[in-house]
Ligand binder design. Structure first.
Ligand code: URA
Length: 480
């Protein structure tokens, strides 16, 4: 098993230091109400219009109501590819671009997801790619709508600091090979403001807003290759596969226009990914995957997305070769070693990072935030598990504190659920199938009913659940 190198200390991380630079002064050519009206009435926004709007968002001159109105106008009227690319650029330029040594060019890769339930892939993939020799400057997001956020999950590890300056990120990439950070006052600040506003204005499921939000964070990273995991299915931001494919194509196309090599993986999001949903429960499951174990659907997605990235960036000759290399990093402990280093370098007490990474599952649970109570649900009939619907599960978990309904609301990090059965498994009536971890009162009968409806049973013979990854859409410049 690979032993991790000594724990790096990244200056400023124990104090959570943040930098602040004043934004450029705005040069408004039109008043915001005029810009909002223009989009509301279905007109094309010019480069100057988009730049003025983003300036006003960042310098604080735009009121919350104006931001919400513009987001709704974009959500309802859409944006063409040119406007989407301009919005992406304006968001990216609201902060600093990251600069890396020339020698890292080929190794710089990243992955992002459009948002899922139980999706802890980034927690595993970033350190696994670092263990394969990549540099992964991952700028991630928080929970959005009913979907979970990588940053919120990582913050369930006491001490983990998602705010890192560009200088600290460079040190992290030098010493660890990966970091997972949030946008900040220096990094894509406009996306941070719009992201939080979308979450509370029913404007999350907008193709141009999702595209600009994701690609603006990636455009500043100076990548060699990016894979975006575009979810479809009931619990995805775009449930309809046709719309998800359109989003995938937009991401690949706008990415290419910005000089980014982007591939989009279409993956099913009907069932939760893995067996755990909820912040600290998902960190535990990510650690299991980093042990070379854990649920097969999670490992499958981590290895296949990682394989695609190693291939797209020209580091291996075939995706399967890349996937095998990522699998080796999970099995030999080198990916877990990188995760431990990343935790310690991003503010976690090194002793805690070590105990988490080398401890048993039971020990890990003691070290992470835990909910006060557990409550189990039982199968109402005999049958084969056809589906475990992620959406009702996520909605109930959000109600009991695992998600936000107002921007900035604190999360209950130990609240969540463990699936006790797998899709395709035969169950007998009365078998426990779900364990809910809760802090508050017992689940209401409406919540229990909603959760029971998440378990879909059939008369089919038991089966093996298919891989969630359906298709990889490649940029036209790349031949498989
Ligand atoms: N991830 C993001 O960063 N932005 C979105 O809009 C959706 C997922």
């Amino acid at each position: 098993m690979a032993s991790p190198p000594p724990i790096p200390v990244v200056p400023g991380n124990r104090s959570g230091a943040r930098g602040r630079e004043p934004p450029d002064p705005p040069h408004p050519s039109k008043q915001l109400p005029e810009l909002i009206r223009k989009k509301r009435d279905g007109s094309h926004l010019s480069e100057a219009d988009i730049r003025d709007f983003v300036h006003a968002v960042v310098d604080g001159s735009a009121q919350g109501a104006q931001i919400g109105a513009m987001l709704m106008a974009i959500r309802l009227q859409g944006m063409d590819l040119e406007e989407t690319a301009l919005l992406t650029q304006a968001l990216a330029m609201s902060g600093q671009k990251l600069e890396w040594p020339e020698a890292w060019q080929q190794q710089l890769v990243d992955k992002h997801s459009t948002g899922g339930v139980g999706d802890k892939v980034s927690l595993v993939l970033a350190p696994a790619l670092a263990a394969c020799g990549c540099k992964v400057p991952m700028i991630s997001g928080r929970s959005l709508g009913h979907t979970g956020g990588t940053l919120d999950k990582l913050e369930s590890v006491p001490g983990f600091n998602v705010i890192q300056s560009p200088e600290q990120m460079k040190l992290l990439l030098e010493q660890v090979g990966c970091c997972i950070v949030g946008q900040s006052e220096k990094l894509v600040p406009a996306d941070g403001i719009l992201y939080a506003a979308r979450d509370v204005t029913a404007t999350v499921d907008s193709l141009p807003l999702i595209t600009a939000s994701i690609l603006s964070k990636k455009a500043v990273e100076g990548l060699s290759a990016l894979v975006v995991d575009v979810k479809f299915g009931e619990a995805a931001l775009f449930p309809d596969p046709k719309q998800a494919r359109e989003l995938a194509r937009t991401l690949v196309g706008v990415g290419a226009g910005l000089g980014l090599r982007v591939a989009a993986a279409l993956t099913a999001m009907d069932n939760p990914l893995g067996r755990s949903v909820g912040h600290s429960l998902e960190v535990e499951e990510a650690l299991l995957c980093l042990d070379g174990a854990g649920p097969p659907d999670l490992r499958d997605l981590v290895t296949r997305l990682g394989g695609a990235l190693l291939w797209l960036s020209g580091q291996v000759e075939a995706q399967s070769q890349g996937a095998a290399r990522v699998a080796r990093a999970l099995d030999d402990g080198s990916a877990r070693g990188r995760f431990q280093l990343m935790l310690a370098a991003q503010g976690v007490d090194p002793a805690l990072a070590q105990a988490l990474c080398s401890g048993s599952p039971a020990r890990r649970r003691q070290l992470l935030p835990c909910a006060r109570e557990q409550e189990e649900l039982r199968a109402p009939a005999d049958g084969t598990v056809e589906r475990i619907r992620a959406l009702p599960l996520a909605l109930v978990l959000r109600e009991i504190g695992a998600g936000r309904s107002r921007a900035g609301e604190p999360l209950r990090l130990g609240v969540g659920a463990e699936l006790l059965v797998d899709v395709g498994q035969r169950l007998q009536r009365g078998t426990p199938w779900l364990r809910v971890h809760r802090d508050g009162a017992a689940l209401s009968s409406a919540q229990r009913r909603a959760l029971q409806r998440a378990l879909v049973l059939s008369d089919r013979a038991p089966f093996t659940a298919p891989s969630p990854l359906e298709e990889l859409i490649l940029p036209t410049s790349v031949q498989p």
